[in-house]
Design a protein around this ligand. Structure first.
Ligand code: GAL
Length: 677
């Protein structure tokens, strides 16, 4: 069934953050904006994200007249407005009059006004002010024809250690643990005399791994709770208008699965580094994984790429301009993975402020023949051609588990190895890349998500086992699923306490048929490899290992490869265990992309054969199918800096976009081909 992001709009949203309040004294610019929006084929704008000081220049003095006029012009132009709540940036008078609204850092120092998203999560005064302005916006614009969604705040992030937030932390802990004894047990507070006798003794600190993890959870909960709070008047006054907030990919400190639960649709901000070469391919896989996660958060329904840039990003190390075709490729990738809209930060570059060099649709020259404008305009002409896919959802045979709480548990543990060794996200990407390079539709799920619809699940570094996850994985494999996991899995429980009786714990030892005793963190003078004793698929010989090598004892699994060096030479490094109707693979060491490529290709062909052989395209090319059954669109995306030759699969009758259909087909560097049935 079709599920469009915005009621009454079929097609792909295209537009960006529009900040007309920076230009009110230059009315000609606003006229140009509306003219240029049409030329660029843009139809969707986020408005008012940082406009509070313009709505309420002095306390209690409100002026919405400029927004009234913008909303009317938007409606007249047939544009869709995602109206923001302005809570991400507060007016200076408010910071001055009510210091409690400003965040306090870890060292106990209250922040200056100076930036955005630096408000306290708990302050009753801030909440009162946010509640008031959001209510006024909802009352004023609920029935406005241009209003199509609420853009709630902007990129929630950050933490506050003020007295109010610490009190809220105590309350959160009490609700979670019920009794202080339970907390002492969960946090193992016998360590360094950390035992607590009452909630108000618990200062957030760094040396109790369980506390560190809970502080992350609490902080993430604060953001969710703040979003719920500020969405209340929107939901009450304008119940038919969907709400969303812009996420930031794998941003470390927010568990976006919990934010997703309160969004009507998912939005994301994405600023990839397109640096060319192999870096670009890895980046493409990473961005594909993020998109797949956003699609998975709403069970396959479309999401919105809320922010991206048609040019280059001012805050990145390399102010690299997009090479020809790259903008189209980046936007098509989002759409191919499930986006029903691609928008930019921002529509027009400001002349001053901190983002005057950030890419935007219209630059300081106010021309429509710039690199950026041209790229946007070309896309604006292209999108209507694929409008038919909007609202379509999808399902995947494969899933990869990327879980914020697992990441936090790893990062909040002191060891094994230093923080720069852990690389949980990169490890997940290196496994995801194997589905991506084979163009296998893959969901990106959390460990609490249901597993039963998948044929294969990859769960690298499944360090923490939340309740029932181990049992559900056992069930999954018993019923015929294929599971791939790695070193440092099943190590701690939900409180970040080590699981006794051998790793991977909670029954996973039996599932994998191995016991991991510990990991050897390789130092600068160590050398280690894994060796296949007999060829596995196309894999033979030695593969160099780095950083983590688990020391493993077999407990029934078949050994596929062994270590070559040092005191554990000859012990198992890669194993597979038949369990029920399925198989559980265990990769003991951190290994290269070449290794993963070979192993996954073996696993996929051994267990699924042609079923998982979707397409056979060259390296750096990935494909996705979208659209209703019988009217599928196949997106073939070339992330290489050179032309590639591909053999289009049978059954596609016409090239909707890109080079004409032929066999073989040549897809230019950074090119995209869309074929239809
Ligand atoms: C985002 C933010 C935008 C803008 C953009 C620049 O993180 O939401 O307001 O600052 O970055 O890349």
């Amino acid at each position: 069934m079709k599920k469009n992001l915005i009621r009454g709009f079929e097609g792909i949203l295209h537009g960006g953050d529009y900040n007309p309040d920076q230009w009110l004294s230059r009315p000609q610019i606003l006229d140009d904006d509306f003219k240029f929006m049409k030329i660029a084929g843009c139809n969707a704008f986020s408005v008012g994200i940082f406009s509070w000081a313009n709505y309420e220049p002095r306390e209690g003095v409100f002026d919405f007249s400029w927004l009234d006029s913008i909303m009317d012009r938007m409606a007249e132009a047939g544009n869709n407005v995602m109206l923001a709540t302005p809570s991400a940036a507060k007016p200076a008078w408010m910071s001055k009059k009510y210091p409690e609204i400003r965040r306090v850092n870890r060292q106990g120092i209250r922040d200056f006004h100076h930036t955005r998203m630096n408000h306290c999560w708990t302050s009753p005064i801030y909440r009162e002010k946010v509640g008031q302005i959001n209510t006024m916006l909802a009352q004023r614009y609920a029935g406005h024809p241009a209003l199509k969604a609420w853009h709630v705040s902007n990129e929630y992030h950050g933490e506050c250690y003020c007295e109010l937030c610490v009190k809220s932390w105590w309350k959160w802990l009490e609700e979670k643990y019920g009794t202080i004894e339970r907390l002492n047990d969960a946090w193992w507070t016998g360590f360094w005399s950390h035992r607590y006798d009452s909630w108000d003794e618990i200062e957030p600190g760094d040396w109790v791994d369980g506390m560190r993890l809970d502080w992350r959870r609490f902080n993430s909960w604060q953001m969710r709770e703040f979003m719920l709070f500020e969405s209340l008047p929107l939901k009450e006054i304008a119940p038919d208008i969907p709400i969303t907030t812009n996420m930031m990919g794998f941003y470390e400190t927010v568990d976006y699965w919990r934010i997703a639960e309160i969004c009507d649709f998912i939005s994301d901000d994405s600023y990839p580094d397109w640096l060319g070469g192999e870096d670009q391919i890895i980046q493409a896989a990473r961005i594909g994984m993020i998109h797949d996660m956003h699609r998975s958060m709403k069970k396959g329904s479309p999401f919105l790429l809320m922010e991206s840039t048609p040019g280059s990003t001012n805050w990145k190390k390399y102010f690299r301009q997009k090479r020809p075709g790259v903008h189209n490729l980046e936007m098509m990738q989002a759409i191919a993975h499930g986006a029903d809209g691609v928008c930019y930060f921002q529509w027009r570059k400001g002349l001053g402020g901190g983002e005057k060099f950030h890419g935007a649709v219209v630059d300081h020259s106010n021309r429509t023949d710039t690199l950026e404008f041209t790229a946007v305009k070309e896309l604006g002409e292209t999108l209507p051609k694929i409008a038919g896919i909007s609202g379509s959802s999808s399902s995947s045979p494969a899933a990869l588990i990327y879980d914020w709480e697992i990441r936090w548990a790893i990062d909040c543990s002191h060891g094994p190895g230093s923080a720069d060794f852990k690389k949980y996200v990169d490890t997940c990407v290196s496994h995801y890349r194997q589905f991506w390079r084979n163009s296998i539709p893959c969901d990106v799920i959390e460990s609490l998500s249901p597993f039963d619809s998948y044929r294969i699940i990859s769960a690298p570094m499944l360090f923490m086992l939340k309740p029932a996850v181990a049992e559900r994985l056992v069930e999954f494999v018993r019923n015929g699923g294929i599971l791939v996991s790695s070193y440092l899995s099943g190590i701690v429980d939900e409180f970040n306490r080590c699981i006794p009786d051998g790793w991977p714990g909670m029954g996973l030892r039996q599932l994998f048929g191995v016991r991991e005793e510990t990991v050897d963190g390789l130092g600068p003078n160590d050398k280690q490899s894994v060796r296949f004793s007999s060829p596995i698929g196309e894999m033979k010989g030695d593969y160099p290992a780095s950083e983590y090598c688990a020391i493993v004892h077999p407990e029934g699994a078949e050994i596929l490869a062994k270590y070559t060096d040092d005191f554990y030479a000859g012990s198992p490094a890669v194993t597979v265990n038949r369990f029920g109707k399925g198989y559980a693979y265990y990769i003991g060491a951190r290994l290269s992309d070449e290794f993963h490529k070979g192993l996954y290709s073996h696993i996929l062909s051994r267990h699924f054969g042609p079923e998982m052989k979707f397409f056979d395209f060259p390296e750096g090319v990935s494909a996705r199918v979208r659209g209703e059954a019988g009217r599928e669109h196949l997106f073939i995306m070339n992330f290489n800096d050179r032309e590639v030759s591909v053999n289009p699969p049978a059954g596609f009758a016409e090239a909707l976009l890109g080079p004409p259909l032929s066999n073989p087909m040549k897809i230019p560097a950074h090119g995209v081909s869309v074929l239809i049935k």
